[in-house]
Design a protein around this ligand. Structure first.
Ligand code: PEP
Ligand code: MN
Length: 339
């Protein structure tokens, strides 16, 4: 259930209610929206025991939550969550564009890409330092050296950086170097990793598993939130279907569906969803038109020589073209680019 506090409730009243929930054996979590504060309370106390709670000063109402994902659910928090990272907002009224190569390959490659991302007007730089490859013989990433290069790119451009972590060790390393943490499709149900990222204070980009239902995906987000980290960004990156013409099948209907079910921001990755740079522009436009809060795009200074995911990587000019087309789409759906 959630305890919705009155708009004019005082910090003291909130504290007293919180303590009472604690005594009743609930696991609580404060969710601070723009207008009001709600306290998420997970426990299995019968509703009858909760009558006195309803009467406490500052409490507006108590709403039972039927969904298995309590903290992630819109039932508990009506207004959209906006996550801020170094001045850049993710969610709400703006659109946030993350771009960069699949992997950090060399210092020069990444710094060049970072400058191109900034020049195109995107908001956040991506680059994998730990690559979860299908083959053990493929390039696995520069690891800590790659993280240091990402940090350098961030210092030079002033843009935040995101990287994927694949286990608790890479997470601990990444925390010192990057602003956002990505949990990849292959790790969406790595519950220990979800708990570990939930114990950090970094925003977490949680990709949908390639064969995960929306409910499984939201439950994965619940794992992160239940550890105390409410800064979760969901990312639709295509799912496995019978279709082989595209790398995956981009489930765009997941965007409005997840926004109906959850208050968390949702972005789309048209690069991994299609596997084909020629499809990235149309699917980027479609994603924003469908209400996505942003995109994560692969872009390489020289896609032909990329060590991973070259065929789906935009050229620098391709990224500029996406940004130009988005500038036309965003106003049509009452959105603007995050600053
Ligand atoms: C990636 O972002 O480079 C990646 C590996 O994505 P996914 O986890 O969606 O396959
Ligand atoms: Mn990739």
């Amino acid at each position: 259930m959630v305890v919705v506090m009155d708009m004019n409730s005082t910090e003291e009243q909130i504290e007293i209610v919180n303590r009472r929930l604690d005594q009743l054996g609930f696991n609580t979590q404060m969710i601070r929206g723009v207008k009001r504060i709600v306290i998420g309370a997970v426990g299995d106390r019968p509703v009858n025991d909760l009558r006195d709670l309803q009467q406490m000063p500052g409490v507006e109402k108590i709403v039972p939550i039927m969904k298995p994902y309590k903290l992630v659910s819109r039932e508990g928090k009506e207004d959209a969550t906006v996550i801020e990272v170094r001045g850049i907002k993710i969610g709400g009224e703006t659109v946030t564009i993350i771009a960069g190569p699949c992997a950090v390959e060399t210092r020069e490659q990444l710094l060049t890409a970072a400058r191109q991302v900034k020049a195109a007007g995107a908001n956040i730089i991506r680059g994998g330092a730990f690559k979860p490859r299908t083959s053990p013989y493929s390039f696995q990433g520069l690891e800590e050296e790659g993280l240091a290069i990402l940090k350098e790119a961030s210092l030079e451009t002033g843009l935040p950086v995101i990287t994927e972590v694949i286990d608790e060790h890479s997470l601990q390393l990444a925390l010192d170097y990057v602003d956002l943490i990505q949990v990849g499709a292959r790790n969406m149900q790595n519950f220990r990793l979800l708990k570990a990222v939930g114990q950090t204070d970094k925003p977490i980009l949680l990709k949908r598993g390639m064969s995960a239902t929306i409910e499984e995906w939201l439950m994965a987000a619940e794992y992160i939130m239940s550890e105390g980290n409410g800064k979760v960004i969901l990312c639709e990156r295509g799912i496995r279907t019978f279709e082989t013409a595209t790398r995956n099948t981009l489930d765009l209907s997941a965007v409005p569906m997840v926004k109906r079910l959850s208050h968390l921001p949702v972005i789309v990755d048209p690069s991994h969803a299609t596997g084909d740079r020629g499809l990235v522009l149309p699917m980027s436009m479609a994603a924003i038109a469908a209400g996505a809060d942003g995109l994560i795009l692969e872009m390489h200074p020289e896609p032909a020589s990329a060590l991973s995911d070259g065929p789906q990587s935009l050229t620098p000019e391709g990224l500029q073209q996406v940004m130009q087309q988005l500038a036309r789409i965003m106003p049509a759906v009452d959105r603007r680019l995050s600053n």
